[in-house]
Design a protein around this ligand. Structure first.
Ligand code: ADP
Ligand code: MG
Length: 452
């Protein structure tokens, strides 16, 4: 009999709260029965139970009364086994076991990439602060900086870090309601809500999460009503001490078309940037990803120096770097050859051309001469004294790694030398770089100057 009452109460709730809110909050509940004036429910998560209890128990109680059932209290217990609750929400699987999952099963977030975990994130100087902040936020505990604002250029790991936070937060607390989505999706949902005159449930949904992550927030610049809604959502969550994580391609103050009040609010928390990668970080990333690839392609071997070469030559975007590595492995596996520097250059010719920074050999010779305090003509001369021969070798090495000129061409430009001399120079500097920190520093400094 009471189950029928619950049916009628549900109808009223659906009507009064709107379809979305009903679906998000009421539908997942299982009515257990009415006993000594206590209406008992099972909720799939503690959070959902708490939320409904806080926001809707009076309403539910009132509706029971309207249908002639005397209810003094509404109680929500968490269902231990998910199976017991015939809800439509997907199972709460272990995040790592799933290839794709959203931040929380019953939230309309974007899928999380299973590869984007903290474990898979390589930390170096350029991203160590962002990484530390992300870790801290993922650990939960008292909210110390809100929002966490991550910014940086394309492919530097913003999305990776955000997904890693979501995975880690869920691992630590499976009940946490984590909502990750792009600013574009945020806008889309908002526009939909406006269209279907359902902004109430939109607001409720967004204000009911424990962690809200909005990726690429620069997207809402200039979109006034979306910005407005974002601002209100943002404030509501900050007031409730809920963690917010935002990413953008530049600092809050530099996003044109973003309202001043939003800019300043975004700066209240911790603003950290992901700096462009440096050589060490790129090499670290390549080594890590190469180990992962090697599991798929055990037959492929990569000659020493190839990863270093890629780390030198592809210096902007980690995504491009990864793509290059994937292509190399696939190529090597197909043709069954060891990946040497030549194979890499051939296989990645288009990528290398695109990232060619148009460093010229003249420039290299000039910078090397400056750096070692010798004359350009010394470099081009036949002199073999160490004081000029070593800088010359550094120059040839830089020419090989920073330009797409062929070995004979490089030899010619360095005072009409043979291509075997260039090969020797490249080998020599490669070797020296790992044992002689002065040479390593010289090379890195020159490379930076030439790339700047
Ligand atoms: P963004 O969102 O900043 O444009 P992404 O997070 O999408 O960049 O990163 C692009 C790609 O580079 C992803 O595949 C990501 O895993 C990888 N990546 C970026 N930084 C790192 C890093 N430090 N360690 C490992 N992988 C990284
Ligand atoms: Mg991104």
């Amino acid at each position: 009999m009471t189950t029928d009452v619950w049916g009628s109460v549900q109808d009223r709730l659906r009507n009064d709260l709107g379809a979305d809110a009903f679906k998000n909050w009421i539908e997942p509940l299982v009515f257990e029965g009415l006993d000594a004036k206590v209406a008992r429910f099972k909720a799939p998560t503690g959070f959902l139970g708490n939320w409904v209890s806080r926001n809707y128990s009076d309403k539910i109680q009132g509706l029971f009364a309207e249908h002639g059932a005397d209810v003094a209290r509404v109680e929500f217990a968490t269902s231990v086994a998910k199976k017991a609750a015939p809800t439509k929400t997907p199972k709460m699987a272990e995040p790592v076991a799933q290839s794709r999952a959203t931040g929380s099963p019953d939230l309309p977030g974007a899928p999380l990439d299973a590869r984007f975990t903290f474990d898979a994130f390589v930390v170096g100087k350029p991203n160590e602060l962002a990484h530390a902040a992300a870790r801290r936020v993922a650990e939960g505990g008292p909210v110390t900086f809100n929002p966490l604002f991550l910014y940086g250029g394309v492919g530097l790991g913003k999305t990776h870090l955000m997904h890693a936070i979501a995975w880690e937060a869920r691992r630590r607390n499976p009940d946490a309601r984590v909502l990750y989505l792009s600013a574009e999706q945020f806008m889309y949902r908002f526009v939909q809500a406006l269209r279907f005159k359902d902004t109430m449930s939109f607001k409720e949904l967004f204000r009911s999460v424990d962690i809200l992550m909005v990726d690429d927030v620069q997207f809402i610049a200039g979109k006034d009503s979306t910005q407005d809604e974002f601002f209100h959502t943002f404030n509501a969550l900050v007031d409730q001490n809920k963690q917010i994580i935002i990413s953008a391609d530049r600092a809050p103050g530099e996003i044109d078309g973003l309202e001043e009040r939003i800019k300043s609010r975004l700066q209240w928390g911790l603003v950290v940037d992901l700096h462009p990668t440096d050589y060490e970080l790129r090499l670290g990333i390549l080594q890590t990803k190469s180990e992962a690839q090697a599991k798929h392609y055990p037959e492929v071997s990569i000659a020493s120096g190839v990863l270093e070469f890629l780390a030198h030559r592809i210096s902007t975007n980690v995504r491009v770097l990864e793509g290059a590595l994937t292509r190399l492995y696939a190529f090597a596996s197909l043709v069954g050859r060891e990946v040497t520097l030549d194979v890499a250059q051939e296989c990645l010719a288009d990528v290398l051309r695109a990232t060619d920074r148009k460093v010229t050999i003249d420039e290299i010779i000039r910078k090397v001469a400056d750096h070692y305090n010798i004359r350009m003509t010394d470099i081009l001369s036949p002199r073999r004294a160490r004081a000029v021969a070593r800088p010359r070798q550094v120059g040839m090495f830089l020419a090989k790694t920073l330009t797409s000129k062929s070995l004979p061409e490089i030899g010619r430009r360095f005072g009409g030398r043979d291509h075997t001399t260039v090969i020797h120079a490249v080998k020599k500097i490669e070797e020296l770089r790992s044992v002689d920190s002065q040479i390593a520093e010289d090379v890195e400094l020159l490379r930076r100057m030439l790339e700047a």
